[in-house]
Design a protein around this ligand. Sequence first.
Ligand SMILES: CC(C)(COP(=O)(O)OP(=O)(O)OC[C@H]1O[C@@H](n2cnc3c(N)ncnc32)[C@H](O)[C@@H]1OP(=O)(O)O)[C@@H](O)C(=O)NCCC(=O)NCCS
Length: 155
Amino acid sequence: MKDLNIRKALLKDQEYLLVLEQKVVEAERPYNSTIKPEGAVYYDLNSLLTDDISLVVVAEVNYHIIGTGYAQIRESKKSLKHSKHAYLGFMYIEPEYRGLGINKLIMDELMDWSKEQGVYDFYLDVYDGNDAAIRAYEKVGFSKSLVEMKINLGV
Ligand SMILES: CC(C)(COP(=O)(O)OP(=O)(O)OC[C@H]1O[C@@H](n2cnc3c(N)ncnc32)[C@H](O)[C@@H]1OP(=O)(O)O)[C@@H](O)C(=O)NCCC(=O)NCCS
């Protein structure tokens, strides 16, 4: 797409990324009735933007951010063959730019960076029912794995 640019996010982007974070919260609200009605925070953006084990990437059109994603290198479970993996999150594309494959461009950038860190295993969480997101990740090569189950016994 003309004028599309994928780049590393900088600390100066933090204020607008906080706005987009809330759009992810709203996008996921239909899949989880226990998300706080107000003040739900998903990410530690300051750490993601500044530490060495994370990379936040944005997609811009005409210098305006229309998409996001991050990779964070994490310790893996001791039982696994790999000692570290990259966790991917904050996957968001503005509605008018969806279905154009921009998510894949962001994920490719995050996965290339992770491989440069010597990390070749990737994980993410997605709600069952978020079909567009599941499809986007399958197109990048991800397949379904662990299923989280839950119950609320409170009043
Ligand atoms: C998940 C998301 C980042 C995918 O980004 P994307 O760049 O649109 O991904 P793709 O272009 O690969 O499209 C993936 C699928 O979305 C669906 N899709 C296509 N056009 C669409 C549109 N206009 N609106 C919504 N979904 C659309 C299609 O099923 C498409 O698969 P297909 O190409 O095989 O038809 C984006 O849908 C989004 O921001 N969703 C809201 C936030 C969210 O749920 N994030 C995921 C948290 S885990």
